[in-house]
Design a protein around this ligand. Structure first.
Ligand code: IMP
Ligand code: MG
Length: 181
């Protein structure tokens, strides 16, 4: 079993890269099928930093014209638990007015971050907002709306790797690791 130590915590391998990327490929097929007839190129919005690796892997497999934008949000203040406060660290990189937006997130936990983002995108005049997340923790998710695309569901445990961090490190790990019990 592969293990990594990040500062004071030990993590064990949880989802290997091949499995993550297989799930992303399956997701890409669904996104492609649903956007095959898009009139205007949709915006693929990468939520930095966590969704960087997921967005990269997904984007390469999208076969319709699309525009990449970014925003940097943060709801976790360097620990292993979500806070209710969502912070906008870097604003939207472009205008979403009248555009269809596919939001790419690393993980949906309580749902506070995507709720905040959906409100913001509507205020900015987006025509349609779809939520596409690599991971979902269904046990913790508290919102009534259903995300449009989820690659994998996981149990309520703290994970790192494939873009996800613990105190800003661990994002570069190609596999996903879980905090040791
Ligand atoms: P939410 O706002 O509670 O849904 O939390 C979503 C955000 O918290 C994600 O975009 C991640 O950046 C972060 N997050 C949630 N769960 C984890 C985890 O297990 N490890 C690392 N970051 C996480
Ligand atoms: Mg995130």
């Amino acid at each position: 079993m592969k293990r990594v130590t990040l500062f004071d915590k030990t993590f064990v391998q949880y989802i290997p890269q091949e499995e993550i990327e297989r799930a992303i490929s399956q997701l890409a097929q669904k996104v492609n099928a649903d956007h095959a007839n898009a009139v205007q190129p949709p915006v693929v919005l990468c939520v930095l930093n966590g969704a960087m690796l997921f967005t990269t892997q997904l984007l390469k497999q999208l076969n319709f014209n699309c525009e990449l934008m970014t925003i940097k949000l943060s709801s976790w203040c360097g620990g292993t638990e979500s806070t209710n406060q969502v912070r906008e660290c870097m604003s939207l990189s472009g205008s979403v007015k009248g555009r269809d937006v596919i939001v790419c997130e690393d993980i949906i936990d309580t749902g506070n971050t995507i709720e905040y983002l959906m409100d913001l995108l509507k205020k900015e005049g987006a025509a349609k907002v779809e939520i596409c997340s690599m991971l979902l923790k269904p046990e913790v998710y508290r919102k009534s709306f259903r995300p449009d695309y989820i690659a994998m569901e996981i149990e309520n445990r703290f994970i790192v790797g494939y873009g996800l961090d613990y105190k800003e490190i661990g994002r570069n790990l190609p596999d996903i690791y879980v905090l040791e019990k």
